[in-house]
Ligand binder design. Sequence first.
Ligand SMILES: Nc1ncnc2c1ncn2[C@@H]1O[C@H](COP(=O)(O)OP(=O)(O)OP(=O)(O)O)[C@@H](O)[C@H]1O
Ligand SMILES: [Mg+2]
Length: 259
Amino acid sequence: MKIAIVGKGGTGKTTISACLARLLGRDGYRVIAVDADPSLNLSIALGVPPEEAAKKPILFDEEEFIKSRTQLSNGLYVMNPKVDDVIEKFGIKAPDNVILIRFGEVKRAGSRCLCPEYAFLRALFSHLILGRKDTVIFDMVAGLEHMSRGTLRGIDLMLCIVEPSLKSIEVAIQMEKFAKELNIKEFSIIANKIRNHKDMELISGIMKKQPIISIPYDEAVIEADKIGVSLLDYSPNSNAVKAISKLKEIIKQNLNISH
Ligand SMILES: Nc1ncnc2c1ncn2[C@@H]1O[C@H](COP(=O)(O)OP(=O)(O)OP(=O)(O)O)[C@@H](O)[C@H]1O
Ligand SMILES: [Mg+2]
């Protein structure tokens, strides 16, 4: 099962990715949690101790490694570099049977898709989506750019996080269009930071596609963030965790996911 978590900046992607990854891990799934956002917030949200994170480098910081996999001696580069050992080399042990991988920032900004670094990134996405049996959860960078690059082609489920704001709803509507173009099998909306029925009405009133779940606005999420602790460790019985547990059950039941 391959799940991508997308949406406007600050809507709750990392919080939900981390919690979902650990809850699926507790249920016995082998989960790879991918921090595909250069701001690298997922390790804290997962509750990875800093000393554990420090044991493994950030993938795109390892320029020599990427070069060794992608460059040919004649100045050309390999379109399909070897990536099948990347999880073993860069994977960090996180709680609840989760392995974290941190992509970091692709260094070749500006030249867009036609560079060895992006060839490596494309090959890696493809390997994680199509080449592995594990459950993979991608915590994506905010916005739409990654959608236009098509790196998420082949995933089973795209969860788009929406908060009660017009901007986040607009992003979700665009995301849905992209998801259709990429033939993503399942595109679902998650309403987050919901305080009351008016918040839900705002989302339901504008979006044709209705949220599969609403996660309440919960101070526990803010407090856990403030001190850099995983929500699941800080407040396992919080309403936000309860809602994300429900989301996990919906995913398992409706999508019939395999381990
Ligand atoms: N259900 C919630 N209730 C209250 N606050 C929340 C909730 N979900 C997320 N937040 C808060 O919203 C902020 C953004 O959350 P998070 O980092 O998970 O979002 P994100 O979409 O990953 O952001 P970014 O686009 O910057 O990566 C954080 O301060 C977090 O504590
Ligand atoms: Mg984030």
